[in-house]
Design a protein around this ligand. Structure first.
Ligand SMILES: NC(=O)c1ccc[n+]([C@@H]2O[C@H](COP(=O)([O-])OP(=O)(O)OC[C@H]3O[C@@H](n4cnc5c(N)ncnc54)[C@H](O)[C@@H]3O)[C@@H](O)[C@H]2O)c1
Length: 249
């Protein structure tokens, strides 16, 4: 592990989609920095991760779109840890299809995981954070929130929604001690990134990114940790793009 040094001693952080990819690396760094964790994923592998971390962890296997399960997870979080300081809405899916053949099921599922799930966790975590008058929420958006990507219609739409949600919550909850921000990566070297950008398509994409490469999970985690830290108290409603300059063009 590299040196991404913010102090999260004693803080309680909930990470969704924690079993793989960016979420797993966030969990590892938060644990190493002293946070206590609530790890959520639809995959059972989240339990294995929980056991490997050097901190107190509550791991929950659930779908982020399931409202009752989200409410139950926040209740369990309060019972176990007394409250919640940090929420990282990271779970997401990135299916591919041409617009003219995309099924309504694929569309609905993408909006449900990438947008409804974020809304549900924000609403339920927000209630707890508002009681204390303090909190940090970091939502995983994407460069796809700000530019169109052919073949990624449902994904781009959902991530644009994440930015709208982030900005609006920042206005509603900023005065009450909670900051709400987004990070927007370019393609990241994870399962989701490799699926969406395999082969020639990926090489063409790299050629359009000014830094000429995809991102590593740690490069996204560095920004998430900053936005989750006490030091970022004045950053609110931001969309921090970690895209090698792709959207600067
Ligand atoms: N990898 C990229 O290229 C990239 C680029 C920009 C943004 N992002 C965003 O970053 C976030 C993390 O992506 P990643 O690359 O680490 O993905 P990943 O596929 O490697 O991991 C995603 C995790 O989320 C979990 N998950 C998916 N749907 C779920 C659901 N309904 N309920 C509970 N858990 C669920 C999966 O089981 C998995 O563990 C996503 O929101 C993604 O859209 C990724």
């Amino acid at each position: 592990m590299g040196n991404l040094s913010f102090d999260f001693t004693g803080r309680v952080a909930l990470v969704t989609g924690a079993a793989n990819g960016i979420g797993k690396v966030v969990a590892e760094y938060l644990a190493a920095a002293g946070a206590r964790l609530v790890l959520v994923d639809r995959s059972e592998a989240v339990h294995e991760l929980a056991e490997s971390l050097p901190t107190q962890v509550l791991s929950r296997v659930q779908d982020v779109t399931d409202e009752a399960a989200v409410i139950a997870t926040l209740q369990a979080t309060r019972q176990r840890f007394g409250g919640l300081d940090i929420l990282v809405n990271n779970a997401g899916i990135g299916p591919l299809d041409a617009a003219e053949t995309m099924s309504s099921e694929l569309w609905d599922q993408t909006q449900a995981v990438n947008l409804r799930g974020v809304f549900l966790f924000c609403r339920e975590a927000g209630k707890t954070m508002l009681e204390r008058g303090e909190g940090r929420i970091v939502n995983l958006a994407s460069q796809a929130a700000s530019v169109g990507l052919a073949g990624h219609l449902a994904y781009c739409t959902s991530k644009a929604g994440v930015l709208g949600l982030t900005r609006t919550l920042a206005l509603e909850w900023g005065p009450r001690g909670i900051t709400v921000n987004a990070v927007s990566p370019t393609v990241v070297e994870t399962e989701l990134g490799r699926y969406g950008w395999a082969g020639d398509k990926g090489e063409r994409m790299k050629a359009l990114i000014p830094t000429r490469r995809f991102a590593q999970p740690e490069e996204i985690v560095a920004a998430i940790l900053y936005l989750a830290s006490r030091e970022a108290a004045m950053v609110n409603g931001a969309d921090l793009r970690i895209d090698g300059g792709y959207t600067a063009i």
